[in-house]
Write a protein that binds this ligand. Structure first.
Ligand code: ATP
Length: 357
């Protein structure tokens, strides 16, 4: 195994799981590094929770091996593994104070009372809840309850923290705030976090690396930028970010080569057609330069988003692209006038990224 194994927190080798005739996980290989914020991202039913539960030890794999810090734990019970799981419903004890809730894992391990309390206080302070120790879960907001669950998870200083959609129950604002807090907390404590989510924005915001799941398999593992800018499969290109693919004939005509190409909507400029007329306020318009590709089409839909506008354009050469423009100077009336009009889309060649089929 060599020196490298020290830096690997979790290793999965050809891990499989079937429930009766359902193959939930079909051969997953994965290495998660020590201290990494690692997300498992995928649609509902793609197998990410099952993988998390196998790492925790709540499910036994049908095949393959799981290692934690270089040790084969495939056959070990959950309590024999140096991991802690935070569930979406927090699973706090309602009759206990926060301090008792947080200290509970230490009590199970027979840590002396004085030390237990000191560590519970420290963990509550880490999640910015110092002074709340005497309260009970019912007296807290959703975000605070989530933080208590985190404090309880951190108090025993597990090597790995497993988080199953831990922000799923929170409203959008709180969720965004907790994303930032959780990431900061992870950096501070330096524990490996494995985070399950179906929300691509959440995964992009928080993760050092992401594994994209589809139908029980991993389609790509990479940094947020790699996943977003260099999707390895058409599935990744469409699941992460807005699906914007040129394929077949239209790719041949527009890009000038066969294949499947992903172009992110924010890389595409919308110009009035015929060329020469004034473009959108976000762009001075003008003719295509050699480093740019262009395609003409008709705007079928204009979606005003406040800070930006999304244009759906049916291309003359076949296919449809979405373009996203910041509303730097344009108003909702300006952009609404584009519906049904002829436009020219323009992007830099390097932003048409070939996706392996
Ligand atoms: P979600 O985001 O909805 O939780 P997921 O990607 O986490 O989805 P899993 O929960 O891992 O997906 O489920 C993968 C597949 O395995 C699904 O088809 C699911 O129905 C099936 N499955 C999961 N757990 C069980 C179980 N205990 N018994 C039978 N089938 C199961």
């Amino acid at each position: 195994m060599g020196g490298n194994s020290v830096r690997t927190a979790i290793r999965l080798q050809d891990v499989r799981k079937s429930f009766g005739r359902t193959e939930a996980v079909s051969g997953v290989d994965l290495e998660i590094r020590d201290g990494e914020f690692f997300s498992m991202l995928g649609p509902s039913g793609s197998g990410k929770t099952t993988v998390l539960r196998m790492i925790a030890g709540f499910e036994a794999p049908t095949g393959g091996a799981i290692e934690l810090a270089g040790q084969d734990v495939t056959r070990l019970a959950p309590f024999e593994r140096d991991v802690h799981t935070v569930f979406q419903d927090y699973a706090l004890f309602p009759h206990m104070t926060l301090e008792q809730n947080v200290a509970y894992p230490l009590k199970i391990r027979k840590v002396p009372k004085a030390e237990r309390l000191a560590r519970a206080h420290k963990a509550l302070a880490e999640v910015r809840l110092e002074g709340y120790g005497d309260r009970r879960p019912a007296q807290l907001s959703g975000g605070q309850r989530q933080r208590v669950a985190l404090a309880r998870a951190l108090v025993g200083r597990p090597r790995v923290l497993l988080l199953d959609e831990p922000l799923g129950a929170l409203d959008l604002k709180l969720r965004e705030q907790m994303q930032v807090e959780l990431k900061a907390l992870q950096r501070e404590v330096g524990i490996t976090f494995v985070f399950v989510t179906h929300d691509q924005e959440e995964a992009l915001t928080m993760s050092d690396r992401i594994a994209v799941f589809n139908q029980g398999r991993i389609e790509q593992v990479g940094t947020p930028a790699e996943i977003y800018e260099r999707p390895a499969t058409p599935f990744v290109a469409s699941f992460v970010g807005t699906s914007n693919l040129l394929t077949g004939e239209s790719a041949q005509r527009i890009v000038g080569a066969a294949g499947t190409y992903s172009i992110r909507p924010e890389k595409i400029r919308v110009l009035k057609e015929p060329a020469g007329e004034e473009g959108t306020a976000a762009d001075a318009g003008g003719d295509a330069q050699p480093e740019h590709a262009t395609a003409t089409g008709t705007v079928t839909e204009v979606i005003y988003l406040g800070d930006a506008t999304r244009f759906l354009v049916d291309l003359d050469d076949g296919g449809r692209l979405t373009a996203l423009q910041q509303n730097l100077e344009t108003t909702s009336e300006d952009v609404a006038a584009y519906r049904g009009t002829r436009v020219r889309l323009r992007w830099h060649h390097r932003h048409a990224v070939q996706v392996p089929d």
